[in-house]
Design a binder for this molecule. Structure first.
Ligand SMILES: [Zn+2]
Length: 147
């Protein structure tokens, strides 16, 4: 049941009011995994790594080397910074599964998408990096989502 969904393109205004929106990262939809994951060949600055454990309370910044895999179900963390030098926008750092929960909400909920997406059509949903932070805060606070 591999379903096609739009890709996510994250953009950044670099904190400049009415500034140009430059691409920060492309998160293509991978129907086979399924989910939105970093296209590492395109966005070399987007970092993903395996989290040290799957236990409650573990934070994404507790890192282990990607090769140190055992039989625990591993969680992947992702960090999406703006690649533009001297940009002060906060990088988006998250558990990759939680990021997928948030992106699913944006993709599926038209009202949510209207608030946080710059543009949306059948092939791509464009979200600014700072709007993604706001979307996460809203999803947590208003909808109690684990994102
Ligand atoms: Zn930027």
């Amino acid at each position: 049941m591999s379903e096609q969904r739009p890709d996510f393109l994250l953009v950044c205004d670099h904190g400049i009011r009415d500034g140009d929106l430059d691409p920060a990262a492309l998160l293509p939809w991978f129907p086979d995994r399924p989910g939105w994951w970093a296209a590492e060949d395109i966005d070399a600055h987007v970092r993903t790594w395996l989290m040290e454990g799957n236990r409650r309370g573990w934070r994404p910044w507790r890192l282990v080397d990607r090769t140190a895999v055992d039989d625990d179900p591993r969680r992947e963390a992702i960090e999406i910074p703006c690649p533009t030098p001297r940009c002060h926008r906060r990088a988006y750092r998250s558990d990759a599964v939680r990021l997928n929960t948030l992106l699913t909400a944006i993709a599926a909920d038209e009202a949510f998408r209207a608030v946080f997406a710059v543009h949306a059509d059948d092939t791509v949903i464009v979200v600014a990096l700072d709007a993604l932070h706001l979307a996460r805060a809203t999803a947590k606070r208003r909808f109690g989502m684990r994102v």
